[in-house]
Design a protein around this ligand. Sequence first.
Ligand SMILES: Cc1cc2nc3c(=O)[nH]c(=O)nc-3n(C[C@H](O)[C@H](O)[C@H](O)COP(=O)(O)O)c2cc1C
Length: 197
Amino acid sequence: MKLCVLMGSPRKDGNTAALITPFLEECASLDMDEQMIWLYDRQINPCLGCKACQDCLNGLGCIQKDGFEDVFCAMADCDVIVLATPIYSFFCTAPMKALMDRAIYAGVKNYGREKGPKLLEGKRVVTIATCGYSPEKGAGLWEEGVKRWCRHGKLEYLGILCRRDRGGEESFMNEEREQAARDFARALRMTLQLEEL
Ligand SMILES: Cc1cc2nc3c(=O)[nH]c(=O)nc-3n(C[C@H](O)[C@H](O)[C@H](O)COP(=O)(O)O)c2cc1C
């Protein structure tokens, strides 16, 4: 079982990285392999909306030659996509948004001369988010967006782990969060096992 972790935080030692660490440790102990991609280290330009990709039915067909194709290949080559992001302006960070735009457009061939495949169909998706408001207020729009993104591309949305950053008031990680991240990994493993039956 292979996870592709798309990390949208710019901060390598930030809150999102801290929350995902016990999740990944637990995944490793459950025999799930992981590839972590730091999106701020890649060059993923925003979608230009040119629609050239729509008339390429046997591949991505994106005219921009940057870091996108490598990341898309990692998404296509895994069982579970993990969208990890701090909430910025009530959604994900900019590189994650650019990736999602291009993956859902080049990956769903609905708008060309002929309809074609959905290249990420069947991939499972979870999201791990951190935000300043309560999870419902801070990450509610993000979760809804991810659900609709999945529905559009025929991916399978499996859930969110989200915790709040109270700024300097208290340290971000604590026992409850560590355990919640481990439990999230276990629940994911269990869901995948049940689906395999
Ligand atoms: C530019 C910026 C925009 C943010 N926008 C929001 C927001 O709209 N809603 C929210 O709940 N938190 C927001 N936050 C708070 C972050 O989501 C929160 O501090 C997060 O834990 C940071 O994660 P990181 O340490 O991985 O970068 C914002 C933070 C920054 C820096």
